[in-house]
Design a protein around this ligand. Sequence first.
Ligand SMILES: *[C@@H]1O[C@H](CO)[C@@H](O)[C@H](O)[C@H]1NC(C)=O
Ligand SMILES: *[C@@H]1O[C@H](CO)[C@@H](O)[C@H](O)[C@H]1NC(C)=O
Ligand SMILES: *[C@@H]1O[C@H](CO)[C@@H](O)[C@H](O)[C@H]1NC(C)=O
Length: 240
Amino acid sequence: MTAHVICEANLSRIVVALLLCTRCVQIYAGIGAEVDLNVEGSGFHRTLIYRIHFENLTQDGCRVAIYMELPSALYVNTDEIAEMRRRGTNMVCSVGETDVELFAEKAGRQNVTTCASISSSFSSLTIPVHQRYRYAHETGGYINVTLLEPKLLLGCRERVRDHRVSKIDLCEPCVSLMTKWREIPYRMSQNREYVWPIPVGDLSLSLFVTCATLLTTIIGAIFIGHAIWSNAGQSHPKED
Ligand SMILES: *[C@@H]1O[C@H](CO)[C@@H](O)[C@H](O)[C@H]1NC(C)=O
Ligand SMILES: *[C@@H]1O[C@H](CO)[C@@H](O)[C@H](O)[C@H]1NC(C)=O
Ligand SMILES: *[C@@H]1O[C@H](CO)[C@@H](O)[C@H](O)[C@H]1NC(C)=O
């Protein structure tokens, strides 16, 4: 009989402990973030501005990084971002293709990282992105290039609960800002993926353009030739 009571008491203790535990988990819920993407510009050169607001971030002195794999149709100019780093305006680095002249079809891809400090759980990160030229196609028109969702990373001095250390290869100098970077799940406040329509030259027009150019060149040449001839014809009698 007494054994039964003790057992029941133990059981209720276990239940209480379990309840407390789930409460603990709730209290120490992981860090999350809300990300807002703004794109400035609409032509070949655009600026991606990510505004990040962390939730449940209690440590001070953490750094944030955004990592993305650009499609070969887009690129960051390594000279431009090096200049930005020198001036201290923006920390952006990349690995991969460095030739800005290449057409999209010939170019390699780039993995881009940008990083910054966080103040009051907020940070803003900027990446200047450019569009590569494409070869003309039979039909022309547009193709849609989609900017995939980037990865959001957090680097803190102390351990961050519930977030494992990331295996993503961030580039220098961002990677050295912190010894450990952790991926943080986030919500986008608007569109999750940014679609960038890229105009494609029309090959069927190119024959027309070539003929028209040739024709105007020939007409121009005949006109100039005629002018020179008639001038020459007029100047002869004067010499006599
Ligand atoms: C932040 O913590 C609260 C509880 O304090 C929790 O309800 C919320 O889900 C947490 N946010 C995220 C993104 O985990
Ligand atoms: C970019 O990252 C991906 C995935 O980690 C990798 O497969 C690819 O080789 C990287 N590209 C460059 C140019 O380093
Ligand atoms: C590109 O996306 C726009 C909407 O963003 C759509 O109207 C258009 O049809 C798409 N074009 C192609 C070629 O997929």
